[in-house]
Design a protein around this ligand. Structure first.
Ligand SMILES: Cc1ncc(C[n+]2csc(CCOP(=O)(O)OP(=O)(O)O)c2C)c(N)n1
Ligand code: SF4
Length: 255
């Protein structure tokens, strides 16, 4: 008897570009899941036609053809000013800058800081995988204390390299009242999607800058199997980088 082969249709967000899947990220990479949460948020808001997607240099650039939307690729954090320009010229567009922690918090940090200070009406999404991934796993501003990387073979030392950057805390301190700032994790996709949705809604409402950091895995450069990768994300990263909303339009922080 001939075997009947059934094909299972993968569930993908409608705004994903199907012909560029499977995607180019390594197996177990967090970028794909962060972009799935973003795709679902875009679908639920029904805003695909208005999106311009900018990706940075680093593994985030592998997302340049991920969605069925207009996209642009730039270098180290410059995605933020490029999106700022597009948004200022076309206020009806919804502009998203997608980047890594090396690009956003180190090599191009001035762009993030100044866009937040000017309260630009764009959305920045930053995948924090605690290293410079595309170039082979060097230490990033977000590398955890004691974490070994290509350039911190004995583990990151706070005394020598300072405290890891807590990006959302920094952005929340600079951005003004109408801004939205949050940190999510790919370990909690439903929450991450809701944060991304609120960030996009903030841009649509025009109240201010929106920023979401997403804790994300990089098993290739961490040199970890699936189990250790997940444990590092859920224990080490989430203990150090607390998830949650740091700034919500219309809500004043106490104290
Ligand atoms: C000015 C400059 N310096 C260095 C590089 C090399 N470079 C390309 S990608 C990258 C690392 C990017 O890391 P990150 O932003 O954390 O993204 P990830 O690859 O981890 O997603 C570096 C250092 C570059 N392209 N331009
Ligand atoms: S090197 Fe790391 S961040 Fe880059 S695609 Fe592979 S797992 Fe993802």
């Amino acid at each position: 008897m001939a075997l009947e082969l059934k094909t299972v249709e993968p569930v993908m967000p409608k705004c994903w570009r199907k012909e560029t899947k499977t995607h180019k990220f390594c197996p177990g990479c967090g970028h794909g899941l962060v972009l799935k949460a973003l795709g679902t948020a875009i679908d639920e808001l029904g805003i695909q036609e208005r999106i311009v997607f900018g990706c940075d240099i680093g593994c985030s650039l592998l997302a340049w053809d991920f969605f069925n939307v207009d996209s642009v690729q730039t270098h180290h954090g410059r995605t933020t000013p490029v999106m700022t320009g597009i948004k200022r010229a076309n206020p009806d567009l919804i502009c998203i800058a997608y980047m890594g922690d090396g690009g956003g918090y180190a090599i191009g940090s001035q762009h993030l800081v100044n866009a937040a200070a000017r309260n630009e009406r764009i959305t920045v999404i930053l995948a924090n995988n605690t290293n410079y991934a595309m170039t082979g796993g060097q230490m990033a501003p977000t590398t955890l204390p004691g974490q070994k990387t290509e350039t911190s073979p004995y583990g990151r030392s706070i005394e020598q390299q300072g405290e890891p950057t807590r990006g959302p805390e920094m952005v929340a301190a600079i951005a003004s009242e109408g801004a939205y700032v949050a940190r999510g994790s790919m370990a909690n996709l439903r929450q991450l999607k809701s944060f991304l949705k609120k960030a996009l809604e903030t841009q649509m409402a025009g109240t201010g800058f929106s920023f979401v950091e997403a804790l994300s895995t990089c098993p290739t450069n961490w040199g970890m199997n699936a189990e250790k990768t997940w444990r590092f994300l859920e224990n080490d990263m989430q203990n150090y980088y607390k998830t949650g909303e740091l700034k919500v339009p219309g809500v004043k922080k106490e104290g």
